[in-house]
Design a protein around this ligand. Structure first.
Ligand SMILES: Cc1cc2nc3c(=O)[nH]c(=O)nc-3n(C[C@H](O)[C@H](O)[C@H](O)COP(=O)(O)OP(=O)(O)OC[C@H]3O[C@@H](n4cnc5c(N)ncnc54)[C@H](O)[C@@H]3O)c2cc1C
Length: 376
């Protein structure tokens, strides 16, 4: 006999898993969240979130900010590395900077789900009409929220890394000393995003409270460390970041929607967030899709009312495509325009204030045309 059981087991306590748990617990379900790490834990991420995330999570910013970093952002500096830059300001708070070790811990605690931390999911086998996880947890429904390398996705048949176009990114986050802060030309109210000259990715530099986060992500991971190094040298020459960076950059991978094609549902199983490959294609923002997919999955689970056959969970797929668009295996960034021409055109467009505000920031990064998804 299994020692433990629950209505829903969520594998992964990141923003996707914590959001799904929060909604399900609120509806009265007995939810267990399992994560291989103890919390608080670090997560490789810049920690930039859009206002829609705050709305979907019904986050009380004043309460959250007590003892945690919550950096209001009022503008963006954008451009192509080595080219002219544009500053775009907003009268209201246009984004926030959080630290993932604080944010994820807060969301997980707030969910009021039962937690099993420091426990990796190792096995997941069918056991009659239910699942037996790690040989001891019996549940009719497993939600895969384990990020890019989610073990639930594997069980559902996804061959992780096979035929997947992965975005690889590296970042470093550290506290700035008072001297470094006075030497560097940094303003917490501005996030800096600079596209690589070949347009295959972008780097960022971002002050959140006392912490500086620097990083770069690309569609190809060929010479990623070299690109990161070049980007840092350029920022250092401009006096934007300290000459000496402490420690090493940490790397991680994830998939962009709509090019990802992971299986989203099965009998008694759903996958959400990075496990489903839902990050926005232009910005790589993955927290908002993680939160929204967690909410959409929760609604479908509640509507299924205990009957978790695949046919009852499939509405989740239509909600995902309704929200983020139809899946499209076309490679991100692919274009019929010759590369040289694209670069020339991009340099001109990125230096244009109207384009920077209305296309790069409003459309690609803030998704201002898409309202926040609210929990019912
Ligand atoms: C360098 C970098 C910078 C980024 N910057 C941003 C940004 O600024 N803003 C933004 O919106 N997005 C950003 N992203 C993307 C964002 O980090 C992800 O999209 C987001 O974390 C997805 O959330 P999730 O809950 O799906 O997965 P995750 O946050 O990855 O959480 C998955 C959880 O599952 C757990 N887990 C994994 N395997 C197992 C297992 N076997 N058993 C149990 N638990 C397991 C992990 O410990 C983890 O806690 C960035 C990504 C990278 C790599």
């Amino acid at each position: 006999m299994p020692a433990r059981s629950c209505d829903v087991l969520i594998v992964g306590g990141g923003p996707a898993g914590a959001t799904c748990a929060w909604r399900l617990v609120r509806a009265g379900l007995d939810v267990l969240v399992m994560d291989k790490h103890d919390f608080p834990r670090d997560k490789v991420c810049a920690g930039w979130i859009t206002p829609a995330v705050i709305e979907s999570l019904e986050l009380d910013c004043a309460e959250y900010a007590q003892g945690r970093v919550m950096q209001p952002i009022h503008g963006f500096r954008t451009g192509i590395v080595g080219e002219a830059q544009v500053e775009t300001r907003y009268p209201e708070t246009a984004s926030f900077g959080i630290r993932r070790r604080e944010f994820d811990h807060y969301l997980l605690q707030r969910s009021r789900a039962r937690l099993s931390l420091g426990e990796p999911m190792k096995t997941m086998a069918r056991d009659g009409g239910a699942w037996l996880v790690n040989g001891e947890i019996r549940t009719p429904l497993v939600v895969g929220a384990g990020g890019h390398f989610c073990p639930v996705s594997r069980v559902l048949g996804t061959r992780l890394g096979h035929g997947e176009t992965v975005v690889s990114a590296q970042e470093i986050e550290f506290p700035l000393s008072a001297r470094e802060r006075s030497e560097c030309r940094l303003d917490g109210a501005f996030v800096q995003f600079y596209f690589c000259p070949d347009l295959k990715g972008y780097g960022w530099c971002f002050l959140k409270g006392d912490y500086l986060n620097i990083g770069l992500g690309r569609e190809d991971n060929h010479r990623l460390s070299g690109h990161v190094e070049q980007f840092c040298q350029w920022l250092q020459q401009r006096g934007s970041i300290p000459r000496n960076l402490p420690g090493k950059f940490n790397g991680h991978a994830y998939l962009l929607y709509p090019a990802s094609h992971r299986k989203l549902t099965d009998d008694g199983a759903l996958v959400i967030g990075d496990a489903a490959g839902l990050a926005y294609p232009q910005s790589g923002e993955g927290i908002r899709p993680a939160v929204e997919s967690g909410l959409m999955a929760a609604e479908v689970i509640l509507e299924a009312a205990g009957d978790y056959r695949q046919c009852r969970l499939e509405p989740y797929i239509s909600r995902v495509t309704g929200r983020f668009g139809k899946r499209n295996p076309r490679q991100p960034g692919a274009s019929w325009l010759p590369q040289k021409f694209r670069q020339k055109l991009a340099t001109r467009l990125m230096a244009n204030g109207w384009f920077a505000r209305h296309v790069v920031i409003d459309r690609w990064f803030l998704h201002t045309g898409q309202r926040a998804l609210l929990a019912r």
